[in-house]
Design a protein around this ligand. Sequence first.
Ligand code: TRP
Length: 337
Amino acid sequence: MEKKKQVLSCIQPTGDMHFGNYFGAVKNWVDLQQKYDCIYGVVDYHAMTMPYSPKKLRENTWALIFNLIATGIKPEFLFIQSLIPEHAELCWIFNCFASYGQLTRMTQFKDKSTHGNEQDSGGFISAGLLDYPVLQAADILIYQADYVPVGKDQEQHLELSRNIAQRFNNQVGKEYFVLPETLFTEVPKVKSTADPSRKMSKSAGEKHYINVFGDEARIRKQIRSAVTDTGDSTSGEMSAGIQNLFELLKAGEQLDAYDQLMKEYENGTLKYVALKDAVADTLVNISNEFKARRKELDSNKKEVKNQIKASSANIRKKAQQTLRDVKELSGLMNVKF
Ligand code: TRP
């Protein structure tokens, strides 16, 4: 049997998981587990690149781990980045193969380092923020990943990872690293229900995201108050708010309801409240299932944490092997272990 391709992706521990994260990334990760060897990381080193709270960082890291398992990610595929310090060591080595100019041109760096933007760094721009994509390259290449499922916004970082891999290979005279490819999957683009012109995200504030593990009443309220009339209805096109509600229904795999309500929309008989109720029910059902699993995991906290420490230690072995090879190839010394 042919060896399965290696998939790798990571997510930053930034607090609540919202339906944009779930439908746009995590659900896809769950599905990919069927077909590929997968490694998924919670990247806490990355979360230090913007002003942050040390206490919350550790809390958020564990919370995200528990949430990921509750949504269906297999614990044996999960690692916590800071439990595998080789990522940081490889990052240093890659710094010397990464172009400073290219790093300064990264869109994400420019966005996050520009004063007055949504994700304001409060005036302090760390060198870590500039270096962020090099650490990401280390995350990817340390596991010799074939495919990296990420959104379009990460394409530049993937390109940088390939550039680093290529430059390393050229320098050491060996095709050591495989060049990782972006795995684009059609994923729903979930918008904020409070302002459907922007994507669902935490950085815009509480009303702009719906927490997957949130309170049922709050989920229903957020859907009930979803903006449906965005002023573009005279154009005869479906408003962004209605589109978003249909998108959520489809993302939640309620295809019969979707077809039925879409027919009503086309005949001009759709009652928005019926659409909203269907969407709210869909999200609440998903949420309830995940919350039940989360509750179970919470009652075995210690065990789950130990399991993740063990899976990280196991995944670390691969990282250590790569680092050993890299140090050998690049003229560095290897510590015996
Ligand atoms: N930069 C990614 C994001 O913001 C997170 C990330 C860090 C990542 N390391 C990675 C994604 C490695 C894929 C592979 O979404």
